[in-house]
Ligand binder design. Sequence first.
Ligand code: ZN
Length: 132
Amino acid sequence: MLIKHHIITGTAISLFLLFFTQINITSAIIFLATSILIDVDHYLAYWQKTKDYSTSYKKIKKWCLTKGTTMEIYFIFHNIWFLTILIALVKYNAVFTPVLLGVSLHYICDSIWDVYWYKRGLIKKPYRRWII
Ligand SMILES: [Zn+2]
């Protein structure tokens, strides 16, 4: 999913949580930030694969939407192991709950995006990145 989609969904859900639940403003901000910022691993993957240390969002977005869909890429924050660590952190201390929820929202949005791309034949193994 593109960053603009994560910003829209993260903002909408965090505002919903802020106004219709008992979440505080700090937790809502953390939720919003984590629902967006875990895509920083796309930069890490791009830098690792290309050795081009550009920070251009347009360049990395184009790479992810073309070559990034066909290469074997490891996204450090987009996998079951990162989610497992977050669940363990929440068990340890509930202060990590907004982080887990923000990341979970991000995963749900990305999964919807993966199914959309898979149905159009643009990616072959939509859930592979989640299990490695
Ligand atoms: Zn993502």
